[in-house]
Design a protein around this ligand. Structure first.
Ligand code: SF4
Length: 910
């Protein structure tokens, strides 16, 4: 039987500009309403949106035209609930009706299915001869179906539509010759491209012969012809089709979703474009296992074996440099995991407590260690000379200084020998002891000294590893050509040879290295050391999609429309999209938002002090949260619930937002400790830990009778009959609509229990801050503002600005109050951005939102600038950089409420 021909991807002809008359959209929305029946909300929403839409030169009006030129990403910034989803649906139908292709990019796969079904039904009802399809990774299809069948969403209550489009059965199970192959079949994880004949483990892997007709790849085949493609943020920027397709040149098995979308689509609409940018930031890492304790199956071991086999084919210089690198890297990586195992290097930090993964950027502690080794007090400033004096302690870095502290020479010698091969089995332990003796005077506190020694040793080992890997990248092409494929894997992680991208590196002009070690809390998995390189330029990628990426992918520029409620938010490193909004709707509801303090005092000895959560760690932080929830229940929350029940019984739910799942659990424990009935509480848990919908925790002895709900199903909370929902902020602030009666938000008020300050040491945070900085108008380099300069000068200036900022961050002390001012403002902008999104959750259906700030760290000046101070500084900053006016235009009454809070706080503390 002949194999079916591969689907053909045709590049749609270029279009200079997509012009959509507003009145046509309104008419089309009306037609869809009429054809679909029901309440007819589409025309209402589209009319209202068009009436309120503004541009830099005035109002669009219902007679205006929405122009989307090829090569430009245009932003539409409008508050939550204004009808952006409806606009996407109607624009998709308008494009299809005009025989144009459109792709809509939405945050999650659940959004993908919902919108694809809506557009499919609309086109059908309108009698438009065009198709719409969802597009998701084949490996995600099974889970997507399972979720729809389990949760029975309103748009597909029986799951029939989803099963029709996504359901499949694997034919391999029927064709398998051994029972093991059948029993080993895990639905959703079929070996579609990695089949091997039984008993021939070394034979090359093959693709399944049914791939061209199998239902698992139905969506990819449909996307090749559909007029409307709906896909997710993650699939758009890093997905592949996983299906052989033919383009104008050849047959390819490696077409990316990004390429398919830009080849086919005249217009790409990205919903929540700021969340899209943040998704690209968080995906900017490539990782590699450096050592897995007790295993020889790692890329470094493979590289060594292949390299030995290829010995005669490698040139002499490369051979000797790679030999050194491989041996020494293997040694350093296994030295490190052994040290973790035997406890000669300790595990610290809370970031990975639940997952066992701890991120390390070895140079992140340079500032703190310098201060400690030079014996500085908390308020004495670090100087660049001191930092270079500290760096001289590590081999191959800065030269020693004449007036360095007396212990430095001995410390230098210890740190050099600790990383040498053959320095003895107890070298690390001996080094710890010697360092302890040497530094007793400098760092008197025993715990602080132990931590500092730990960090010195980690930096010594890991930074040597980093240097080896960076050097290796230069030799990798030669090795790969000489038949050492493992070299390519390592180089792809750390070098520019990776999956093609228009912008391989950020403004630093290089990848940012980080390490993570994994110490499984249950002890079942072996200790592992991974290296990760963070590359790409998520911010510039997002702003130049329509231009550079479309041109490279499709050979023509395309039009891109980005929608969000918070895409323009200068200084927010994750969510500010570096473009001026082209259209916006002002948030002008005078009753819309209230931001109120809800700080709690507690008696400590003779003094009353604000109860703070942020700034505490580990067990103390958990207890602070329990205590805060307990006192809030006694003093405020119970009354609040009574008030809500009296005034607006349909909105009786209060949301308590924390910054982690563990924190949410601690808050639930605090409420119960204060006497709250656990059956009134719903606790969000990690999706994979969740019992079935809203199970009562009493069934499980470790819980206290509250209800638990998977954090990807929080929309179901209002139906559980609870009054208090506790969830991590990151899970609730975007994309979740907690709707009650009358299609209105069920949230009566929102309580922020923790000041959400991120751990800046996390590589994704560093990437966001360092990459965003040189794009800001205050990046402290004149070249960026001078368009006369050559692009190379601009790139050079950005590199300098980013490098300088990176140094500032890594040499600062690791407390919020000691962070560079720019980082403090950025964290504040992100907090405000998150609160604006939270406000959107509570204002669904036109209801007002009340946000209570409950973490004393936001009001306590002894812990650094208060939240109000930071908001005022950010306001001044926006004013200086000429952005305040635009911010006021976009966020009107919500922003005014932030400023009112900040000014009132200043009066309170005066
Ligand atoms: S492509 Fe082959 S292996 Fe994959 S699901 Fe279909 S039949 Fe099974």
């Amino acid at each position: 039987m002949a194999e079916p021909a591969a689907p053909v991807v045709r590049t749609s002809p270029p279009a200079d500009e997509i012009l959509i008359p507003a009145h046509e959209l309104i008419e089309l929305a009306g037609k869809i309403d009429a054809a679909r029946g029901g309440a007819g909300y589409r025309a209402r929403y589209v009319t209202k949106l068009c009436q309120r839409l503004r541009t830099a030169d005035g109002v669009v009006s219902v007679d205006g035209i929405l122009g989307l030129p090829a090569g430009e990403t245009r932003l539409l910034n409008a508050p939550t609930g204004i009808g952006k989803s409806v606009i996407m649906e109607v624009v998709a139908c308008w494009m299809a009706a005009h025989e144009l292709v459109v792709t809509i990019v939405v945050p999650t796969n659940a959004d993908v299915l919902k919108l694809a079904r809506a557009v499919e039904q609309d086109l059908d009802a309108l009698g438009v001869d065009a198709s719409a399809t969802a597009l998701m990774s084949p490996s995600a299809v099974f889970e997507a179906v399972r979720k729809v069948v389990r949760t029975r969403p309103a748009w597909d209550p029986n799951g029939d539509w989803t099963m029709d489009r996504l359901g499949y059965g694997c034919a391999l199970a029927a064709a398998a010759e051994t029972e093991g192959s059948v029993d080993g079949w895990t639905p959703g994880e079929e070996p579609c491209t990695s089949l091997q004949p039984t008993g021939e483990e070394t034979a090359p892997r093959r693709a399944c012969p049914w791939r061209a007709t199998c239902g698992k790849f139905r969506l990819a085949r449909a996307a090749v012809d559909a007029s409307v493609i709906v896909t997710s943020h993650a699939n758009f920027h890093s997905g592949r089709l996983h299906l052989p397709v033919r383009d104008e040149h050849a047959l390819t098995d490696r077409m990316t979703v990004e390429e398919l979308v830009f080849r086919r689509s005249h217009l790409v609409v990205i919903d929540e474009i700021d969340a899209f940018q943040n998704n690209v930031v968080s995906q900017a890492a490539r990782g590699l296992v450096l050592d897995r304790r007790g295993s020889t199956s790692t890329p470094l071991h493979e590289l060594e074996a292949e390299y030995v086999r290829a010995a005669g084919r490698i040139n002499r210089e490369v051979e000797s440099s790679v030999r050194d690198m491989v041996h020494h890297s293997k040694f350093l990586a296994s030295l490190y995991t052994a040290a973790l195992y035997f406890g000669t290097i300790g595990v610290e930090g809370t970031a990975g407590a639940a997952t066992g993964r701890y991120w390390l950027v070895p140079r992140r502690w340079d500032g703190l260690l310098t201060a400690q080794l030079y014996g500085l007090t908390e308020h004495e400033p670090l100087t660049p000379e001191m930092v270079s004096g500290f760096r001289s302690l590590f081999p191959g870095e800065e030269p020693p200084q004449a007036d360095e502290p007396a212990e430095f020479a001995a410390v230098r010698e210890i740190l050099a020998t600790v990383t040498e091969v053959g320095s003895g089995a107890t070298r690390l332990q001996d080094s710890r002891e010697r360092l302890d003796e040497l530094l007793t005077e400098r760092i008197r506190d025993e715990q602080a000294r132990a931590k500092a020694i730990n960090r010195l040793l980690q930096r010594a080992i890991l930074d040597r590893l980093r240097q080896h890997l960076r050097h290796f990248v230069f030799d990798a092409p030669h090795l790969a050509a000489a038949g050492v494929p493992a070299a390519r894997e390592i180089a792809e992680t750390f070098g520019p040879y990776s999956r093609w991208r228009a912008l391989p590196n950020g403004p630093l002009g290089r990848l940012l290295f980080a390490f993570s070690h994994h110490v499984d809390p249950t002890g079942r998995l072996p200790i592992r050391l991974n290296a990760a390189a963070f590359g790409g330029d998520p911010h510039v990628y997002t702003t130049t999609l329509a231009d550079i990426t479309a041109l490279c992918r499709a050979g023509t520029r395309r039009a891109v429309l980005g929608l969000s409620a918070t895409a323009f938010f200068p200084h927010a490193p994750h969510h500010h999209v570096h473009l001026e909004p082209h259209w916006w709707v002002t948030d002008d509801d005078p009753q819309g938002v209230q931001i109120l303090p809800a700080y709690v005092n507690e008696q400590i000895g003779d003094e009353r002090a604000l109860l703070r959560v942020s700034g505490t760690e580990g067990a103390r932080r958990q207890e602070a949260l329990r205590r805060l929830a307990e006192l809030l229940w006694r003093t405020r929350l119970e009354q609040e619930l009574r008030r809500l029940a009296d005034e607006d019984p349909d909105r009786h739910l209060v949301l308590l937002a924390t910054t982690s799942y563990d924190g949410a659990r601690a808050a639930a424990e605090g409420l119960v400790r204060a006497g709250a009935n656990p059956r009134r509480i719903c606790l969000a848990v990690r999706p994979q830990d969740a019992p079935d919908i809203g199970d009562i925790g009493a069934d499980r002895p470790d819980q206290a009778g509250w209800r638990e709900l998977a954090a990807d199903r929080l929309e179901e909370a209002p139906g559980l009959g609870v009054d208090v929902l506790i969830a991590p902020l990151a899970r609730v602030q975007r994309g979740v609509n907690i709707i009650g009666a009358g299609d209105r938000s069920a949230l009566g008020s929102i309580w922020l229990l923790v000041r959400p300050v991120p751990i800046i040491d996390e590589p994704t945070e560093l990437v966001a801050h360092v990459n965003a900085h040189p794009l800001a108008p205050d990046a402290n380099d004149d070249v960026l503002r001078d368009l006369e300069h050559r692009p190379a000068d601009v790139l050079d200036a950005r590199k300098q600005a980013a490098g300088h900022y990176f140094e500032q961050i890594v040499t600062s002390l690791p407390y919020f109050r000691t962070m560079p001012r720019g980082v403090q403002l950025s964290v504040t902008a992100e907090i405000m951005n998150g609160i604006v999104q939270l406000v959107g959750r509570a204002r669904r259906g036109g209801t007002p939102a009340t946000i209570y700030l409950a973490d004393g760290a936001m009001l306590d000046p002894s812990g650094g600038p208060t939240f109000g101070t930071l908001v005022r500084r950010l306001r001044d900053h926006w004013e200086q950089t000429g952005q305040l006016l635009r911010m006021r235009e976009l966020y009107g009454t919500t922003l005014a409420e932030f400023f009112r809070y900040a000014d009132d706080e200043a009066k309170l503390l005066a």
